[in-house]
Write a protein that binds this ligand. Structure first.
Ligand SMILES: [Zn+2]
Length: 77
């Protein structure tokens, strides 16, 4: 089972919270769940915590897409 949430470290309060990988993309904004700081996920950010979260989210999304589907709808051939 793939964990579809990634850990985000807030640079202001140094606490970690979790956000869904499918939402966490370049340009996404959310508030820190601890100090309520608005965090903008910018791939060009100087904040390495933000870049790391974006990279982690992308890896999770790729893993989710590569996951074999359980639905019987895909017949071979
Ligand atoms: Zn915070």
């Amino acid at each position: 089972m793939i964990d579809e949430k990634v850990r985000v470290k807030c640079t202001k309060c140094s606490q970690v919270f979790r956000e869904r990988a499918q939402k966490l993309r370049d340009g996404f904004q959310t508030n820190c769940q601890h100090c309520n700081r608005l965090i903008t996920f910018d791939a060009g950010s100087e904040d390495k915590n933000i870049r790391r979260a974006l990279t982690s989210a992308r890896e999770v999304r790729m893993a989710l897409e590569a996951r074999p589907k359980e639905s019987p709808g895909q017949a071979q051939g």
